[in-house]
Design a protein around this ligand. Structure first.
Ligand code: PLP
Length: 437
């Protein structure tokens, strides 16, 4: 089928376009945990889309809600007007959040959620008369989307190198150390790496720092769970120095880590939390920021007369009615079908199988948490990307979709995966690695 399609006009994102167009991987349908490609093959979805579709594809209640909403109210203006489902979804989302995170600001993606959170952080300090608190701290290997704020605090060099000056940001070290290699779940060493924040504070002074942003478990860099106690230490330092802590939970919120959020899984509450992806099970573009009462109240109390806009920020599609309808349906399924419990139950089975790949050629590290997994492969002649890329392509031919990102192979399993599917997927990856040179 792909032969009849003109491949020229579409410039694919985050894709080697020339390689893809030479040998396209075309997906034409999906059902539950499988894609169907243009050759009619069933392909297991080992990354749940892009960490989006944990509930599986083709959830009838979600598509019905989308269709109904499109008939009833297809769009309503987001500024100065609203529709009831935006309030309903905001409230529903807060039920999944740690106590105190009660106010949802909607956007359309993870990237804009991050930039919204960074802008809210800077504006928050300004509203308090502390306008010098502008500097933002991210982390090496962090991924916070592709907008200018996100790539500035982000720490994946390939996503930054081409784009010149960003916004002022510093970076904590990552926690993927040699001693942490092959840890199952959270590593037990590396907690002290959080103290690097003290050096950044010593360099700039907390009076110039707005916020620290980290993924509680780094995803796109290849699944890096936090060392035990690491996030607690970041929280402590931020509180002591009056710096906001933001968790980017675009991957971790709504089940992936076997809890409502990464914050809940690791027992640390940030001041703001970003979400996207799983909130609609990937069926509609949606993202947002959940802010705590202190931040929301500050805007409400320090913005002049009642008719004044407290936060001059937002998107045409903020709280889009169809996305809200999809989100309400998706969160109902997440809850009613005990999806988070299923993640928790499947996680140890996955951990056992995944770490079974230790010892295969070129495998230098394996990491996992919940239903997320990362595996690092040694570079070939200075090319760190080629081996994971080949594993991805070989797996596709074997009927499995996995992600290659930098020097890693990544998995984000459907929440309903069976032990047999875990075995088949991990075996296919193992065989693919053995075929590498
Ligand atoms: C932690 C994190 N933040 C932000 C983003 C960006 O999300 P989007 O691609 O929806 O803009 C991602 C996407 O993978 C992510 O993993």
């Amino acid at each position: 089928m792909s032969q009849s399609i003109n491949l020229d006009a579409y410039w694919l994102p985050f894709t080697s376009n020339r390689a893809f167009k030479a040998s396209p991987r075309m997906i034409v349908a999906a059902e539950d945990r499988y894609y169907i490609d243009d050759r009619g093959r069933r392909i297991f979805d080992g990354l749940s889309g892009l960490w989006t579709c944990g509930l599986g594809h083709g959830q009838a209640k979600i598509s019905e809600a989308i269709a109904k909403q499109a008939q009833e109210l297809d769009y309503s203006p987001a500024f100065n007007f609203a529709h009831p489902k935006a309030f309903a979804l905001a409230e529903r989302i807060t039920e999944f959040m740690p106590a105190g995170l009660n106010h949802v600001f909607f956007g359309c993606s993870g990237s804009d959620a991050v930039d919204s959170a960074l802008k809210i952080a800077r504006a928050y300090w300004r509203k308090q008369g502390l306008a010098s608190k502008t500097r933002l701290i991210g982390r090496i290997k962090g991924y916070h989307g592709v907008n200018f704020g996100g790539i500035s605090v982000g720490g994946i060099v390939g996503n930054r190198a081409l784009y010149g000056q960003g916004i002022e940001a510093d970076h904590l070290p990552h926690t993927m150390t040699a001693t942490n290699a092959f840890s199952k779940g959270q590593p037990t060493t590396g907690t002290e790496l959080a103290n690097e924040l003290l050096n950044i504070i010593a360099l700039h002074d907390a009076s110039n720092i707005a916020a620290v942003i980290v993924e509680p478990m780094a995803g796109s860099a290849g699944v890096i769970p936090p060392p035990v106690g690491y996030l607690q230490r970041l929280r402590e330092i931020c509180t002591q120095h009056n710096i906001l802590l933001i968790f980017d939970e675009v991957i971790t919120a709504f089940g992936r880590v076997g809890a409502n959020t990464g914050a809940a899984a690791f027992g640390v509450t940030p001041d703001m939390l970003t979400f996207a992806k799983q909130v609609t099970n990937g069926t509609q573009p949606m993202g947002g920021v959940v802010a705590n009462d202190k931040i929301y109240d500050c805007f409400m109390e320090n913005s002049g007369a009642e008719h004044m806009i407290e936060l001059p920020h937002g998107y045409t599609y903020s709280g889009h009615p169809i996305a809200c309808a999809a989100g309400l349906a998706a969160l109902d399924i997440l809850q009613n079908e005990s999806m988070i419990e299923r993640v928790k139950a499947a996680a140890p089975v996955f951990e056992e199988a995944w770490h079974g790949l230790k010892g295969l050629p070129f495998v230098t590290d394996i990491r996992n948490y919940g239903l997320a997994g990362g595996l690092t492969l040694q570079a070939r002649e200075g090319d760190a990307v080629i081996r994971p890329f080949e594993v991805m392509k070989k797996c596709w031919e074997k009927g499995f979709y996995v992600r290659s990102g930098g020097d890693t192979v990544q998995l984000g399993l459907p929440f309903t995966i069976t032990p047999q599917e875990i075995d088949a997927l991990v075996n296919a990856i193992g065989e693919s690695i053995q075929e590498l040179h």
